[in-house]
Design a protein around this ligand. Structure first.
Ligand code: BDR
Ligand code: CA
Length: 316
């Protein structure tokens, strides 16, 4: 039997973050070690409630500890995105889950899990990178001890979703992103550019999920309502965007990755217009930094149909 994937998800749970948690909670062969909460989408404690409720809805209440991390970015000011509604769950008004956050700090939990299990723990970072950067600053050996770090953030030198230059996760804490990409982690990066290309479900995929009419498909329809409305207003198409859950799906099934490339990734932490911009280029092709080696694998295309099928399967 293949070894289970031992997973930590670092998340600012709102909208699609929750669907990523559902994929990990309901895919066989995942040993889900921890959920760690980072500043990001909405109010920090609300994000923790959203994660706890998602675990309960998946029928896994009490199985996966939820640790609270850094409620603010390293340098920047926290600013709500509210792309997913003020509660992050499309104003669903869900009740509080019975499970409560673990008393330990998320950064301690990350360092401890990785250092006690060298080469075994995979981390999915689907929020600003504050917790991961702090964990690295506290214990730099985690960069070599982690099995793999999957990151959702940045754009592939394309237009952002929070400013023209930047994607939300990197914009909120670019200093943290810079620290993480300079640290030597084995990284796979899934960008907002990839989300628009391969991680956006069309109206008929959403209708297929609605037609399942299960508790989890109803959860999906409720939680994705506001972002679907916003996507329609922003992109002129009735799509449902899945940055975090597409990344989780690729982690759980690398066969979904159709095209990727090794690249040098850097993050702009200064600049009035460019703060949070991700600079991505093939090693040795630019004049200014000829010696820099690739520090990440960038996913360029993923299997949208395979992703939609995987998501629908866990919502059944
Ligand atoms: C990222 O920002 C957040 O709104 C989402 O949760 C996702 O992690 C997409 O830019
Ligand atoms: Ca997120």
């Amino acid at each position: 039997m293949p070894a289970a994937t031992r997973l930590i998800i670092d998340t600012d749970t709102a909208g699609d973050d929750a669907f990523s948690l559902l994929l990990a909670l309901r895919t066989p062969g995942v040993r889900f070690e921890a959920v760690t909460i980072c500043n990001g989408n909405v109010d920090f404690n609300q994000q923790a409630e959203n994660a706890l409720y998602t675990i309960e809805v998946a029928g896994r209440g009490g199985d996966v500890p939820v640790y609270l991390g850094s409620a603010r970015p390293i340098m920047g000011r926290w600013q709500a995105a509210e792309f997913h509604g003020t509660d992050g769950m499309s104003e669903a008004g869900f009740p509080k889950a019975a499970q409560r956050p673990h008393p330990r700090h998320a950064v301690d939990a990350i360092v401890d899990l990785v250092m006690r299990n060298p080469g075994q723990i995979t981390i999915l970072a689907q929020a600003p990178l504050t917790n991961i950067a702090l964990a690295y600053l506290m214990e730099p050996r985690i960069a070599a001890a982690v099995k793999h770090l999957w990151i959702m953030g940045g754009t592939d030198n394309d237009v952002g979703n929070i400013t023209p230059a930047a994607e939300f996760n990197f914009f909120i804490d670019p200093e943290a992103a810079k620290i993480v990409f300079d640290a030597g982690f084995p990284i796979t990066l899934s960008t907002w550019t990839l989300t628009l290309k391969s991680g956006s479900l069309a109206a008929d995929d959403v209708a297929r999920i609605a037609a399942l009419d299960t508790p989890l498909s109803r959860f999906f329809m409720t939680v994705s309502r506001v972002p679907r409305e916003r996507a329609l207003a922003r992109y002129g198409a009735a799509i449902s965007t899945h940055p975090d859950s597409l990344t989780c799906a690729c982690l759980l099934n690398e066969g979904l990755i159709l095209e990727s490339a090794d690249a040098v990734v850097d993050v702009e932490a200064a600049g009035e217009l460019t703060r949070g911009l991700s600079s991505i280029y093939p090693p040795r092709l630019v004049e200014r930094w000829p010696d820099r080696d690739a520090n990440a694998r960038i996913i360029r295309t993923a299997d949208t149909r395979g992703f939609a099928d995987m998501l629908a399967a866990v919502l059944k």
